[in-house]
Design a protein around this ligand. Structure first.
Ligand SMILES: C[S@@+](CC[C@H](N)C(=O)[O-])C[C@H]1O[C@@H](n2cnc3c(N)ncnc32)[C@H](O)[C@@H]1O
Length: 278
């Protein structure tokens, strides 16, 4: 079975840079445990764990209905074929001007009418400036197009094989599994106040939402993902110092793995994975 080293379709905030660390950290953990990916996103963490531990039960919370994008991949490939025919003679990475932009939009609209669905997020990565995404036709048509059209087909075969797919609020899923023996939670919530416009929940995650997630880290086995921008670890350490009570800090006794990320020459931050396993 193919081992994917990143999400097979574009997904903002996927944890591909942490995959080798996740494998290392879980190498000695139980092969038959239940792994619950509370904020599944692209499913790449669920996929990786299922590859590593074929007999484990892996639950992927597909809150954004990423599976729908996966099942539309053949149609997305056909659409990209048609877009390639329009853009073939245009300069790579440069702005796509008229009449080509209108021609592309017409092709997309036709496909949407015919098939009832178009994966706008995947198309965005072929047509929009990097990290710009559109969720529907109107959003896409308002933006400047760039010739970043992917030249090869997307391949998604067997990506979620063997993984249980659910779709619910993470709190409900946690309640369902928290009492189980031998359960590990993967906890990768949306980043605080960052652009989550391609996620299903259309509101930015506010401090309160972010802090509520801490509930799932109390007395559980977890892998938790954050960045130094959120300062949540400092906040919990501060609370611990204030109250002299180690219990208020769910990160006490955890181990941290850091990855430095450069967005551009002025913006750098550190992505972090904190884990605690029995
Ligand atoms: C940072 S992403 C997770 C990325 C994922 N770990 C990956 O590697 O692809 C956070 C995800 O949480 C989802 N989400 C937002 N609110 C949620 C909620 N209340 N319950 C479960 N998931 C939620 C978002 O839609 C998004 O898919």
């Amino acid at each position: 079975m193919k081992n994917y080293t990143q999400s097979p379709l574009p997904f903002q905030g996927q944890k591909r840079k942490f995959l080798s660390h996740v494998k290392q950290v879980l190498a000695n953990s139980s092969n038959d445990a239940t792994y619950v990916d509370l904020f599944g996103g692209s499913g790449i963490l669920s996929h990786t764990i299922k590859q590593l531990k074929p007999s484990a039960k892996v639950i992927y919370n597909d809150y954004d209905n990423f599976s729908k994008r996966l099942s539309a991949v053949a149609q997305t490939n056909v659409l990209l074929d048609k877009i390639r025919l329009i853009t073939n003679n245009l300069v790579k990475d440069k702005v796509i001007c008229e009449p080509y932009k209108s021609e592309i939009l017409k092709t997309i609209k036709q496909k949407e009418i015919e098939a009832g669905y178009v994966d706008y997020i995947t198309l965005s990565s072929s047509l929009l400036f990097s990290a710009q995404y559109a969720n529907d036709y109107e959003e896409l048509s308002r933006q400047t197009f760039y010739n970043k059209v992917r030249q090869s087909n997307y391949f998604t075969e067997n990506y979620l094989q063997g993984v249980y797919i659910v779709r619910k609020d993470y709190r409900e899923l946690f309640e369902q599994y928290k009492e189980l023996d031998d359960v590990v939670f993967l906890v990768d919530p949306p980043y605080l106040s960052t652009d989550c416009s391609t996620y299903s929940s259309d509101n930015y995650w506010k401090l309160k939402d972010y802090l509520n997630v801490i509930d799932v880290l109390v007395d559980t086995n977890y892998l938790y993902f954050t960045s130094n921008k959120s300062q949540i670890v400092e906040l919990c350490e501060w609370m611990e110092g204030r109250t002299d009570n180690g219990d208020v800090n769910p990160f006490k006794g955890s181990t941290t793995v850091c990855i430095n990320t450069t967005l551009n020459h002025t913006s750098k931050y550190t992505d972090m994975m904190l884990y605690k396993l029995d």
